[in-house]
Design a protein around this ligand. Structure first.
Ligand code: KMH
Ligand code: ZN
Length: 275
């Protein structure tokens, strides 16, 4: 039987707005409601950002706590918190969710391993900042998802491993198609996979119109996929997804078409070597 496919729902993000789609969840209850439906549709994990009541991106620990509690009250989906936040945030702001311990501790956290252009802006990740976040993730006893927006970020993960800040094999997320950086093409995905440290696992998060086609590309290659309103708001050309769950349902359909069942949270925990 084929390895189950871990589908991650990137539900909120920092850039998508209610003006772009009325279906973006913002409050803890809205996030939890959509997360329940994502889990039912086949997501094993949610990639979580939070917003203030007026919809602004935030990395506030208490907003994360409220969202995590609301989700865990209703579903067993794994929770991966962002440490990327929004461009322009300080490292302490970005690490808000890494201050949550005990029953509010997330299951995983992201770690972007280098600086990239991000549309018209810069997603700033110089080495000292990356080391700082890597240490905080380790101190909390979490495994990072290494967010690679470009090929060199894979090599940087190896460098972090040499410094003892990241354990290999690791779990990587190839973020493809952000304007200003590496674009979403099948040959790019092949090169990223070939460049992985041995034994590592991977997810692909392709943005915009590439999101759903790259679920197929990932399924064919034995990898995992991330979908959701953080990266794409359309379920088909010009048709808004009615929630993250609709993108997850479409991803699950595509996974099954390639003989891959969506992983349960328990299976994802084993596949991604989470504690
Ligand atoms: N919002 C982007 C600038 C992450 O979540 O770790 C960064 C981001 C990455 O979304
Ligand atoms: Zn994110």
């Amino acid at each position: 039987m084929s390895t189950p496919m871990v589908i991650t729902a990137a539900m909120v993000g920092a850039e998508t707005t209610r003006e772009q789609t009325p279906h973006l969840p913002i409050t803890a209850e809205e996030i939890a409601e959509d997360a329940v439906r994502c889990r039912e549709a086949g997501a094993a994990m949610v990639h979580l950002h939070v917003r203030t009541a007026d919809g602004k991106p935030s990395q506030d620990a208490e907003l994360f706590r409220a969202a995590i509690r609301a989700i865990r009250k209703r579903t067993d989906v794994l929770i991966q918190t962002s440490t990327g936040g929004a461009v322009g945030m300080t490292v302490d702001q970005r690490c808000g969710p890494l201050t949550l311990t005990g029953e509010d501790r997330p299951d995983m956290a992201t770690l972007t391993t280098g600086t990239v252009n991000f549309g018209e802006e810069v997603f700033w990740n110089p080495r000292p900042l990356v080391r700082d976040i890597a240490k905080r993730i380790k101190a909390l006893g979490l495994r990072p998802e290494l967010e690679c927006f470009d090929v060199g970020m894979l090599d940087e993960a190896r460098y972090l491993a040499k410094e003892g800040l990241v354990d290999l094999p690791a779990h990587f997320d190839f973020v493809l198609g952000v304007p200003g950086t590496l674009q979403a093409r099948p040959e790019v995905l092949d090169f990223m996979i070939a460049s992985l440290p041995e034994g590592s696992t991977w997810t692909v998060a392709a943005v915009g119109r590439h999101q759903l086609p790259f679920v197929d590309e990932a399924a064919k290659r034995g990898g995992n996929a991330r979908v959701g309103l953080e990266d794409n708001i359309y379920v088909s050309k010009g048709v808004l997804a009615k929630g993250n769950w609709e993108l997850v349902a479409e991803a699950a359909k595509r996974a099954r078409a390639h003989g891959r069942e969506p992983a349960t949270p328990e299976q994802a925990r084993k596949l991604l070597r989470l504690s």
